[in-house]
Design a protein around this ligand. Sequence first.
Ligand code: TYD
Length: 144
Amino acid sequence: MTHYIKVRNSGLVKLTSIDDFPDGTLLIGENLKNISFRIKRFFIIRNLYNKESIRGKHAHKKLIQVIFCINGYFTLSLDDGRCKQKILMNNPRTGVILGKMLWSTMDNFSKDCVILVLASDYYRENDYIRNYDTYRKLLNKKFS
Ligand code: TYD
């Protein structure tokens, strides 16, 4: 897991950890505290049995998400249009913010990988940019 995010519109989210060893560990996130937005939706991705699986490959126009690997590991690849970064997601305590207009891809999933995503809004297909050329064009429009 990295300690440093270099792409734009991202960052790390650290959950509060309470260690009740040997009876368990609590990981805690709170709206508008360590999670910087109001959570309207969450989803879980599991049963990642296919070694060749690639998920994501999209950006969002407005949605903000935080992604956690709560079991196992996977590789998160981020691309803000100028800068790229690969992050090995293997620490359930540390999430990565997927901000607006950030292209993200997930692969290299362990069989036991479980992913939790917290999102700032309900599911809206028209918030997705699923084509990389369209993504680059929209970015150029925004920054030119
Ligand atoms: P998608 O966001 O493309 O998955 P990933 O980014 O992990 O590759 O979603 C996969 C499918 O599930 C797509 O058909 C949309 C649907 N979906 C919903 O209906 N609601 C949701 O909240 C999410 C996240 C996806």
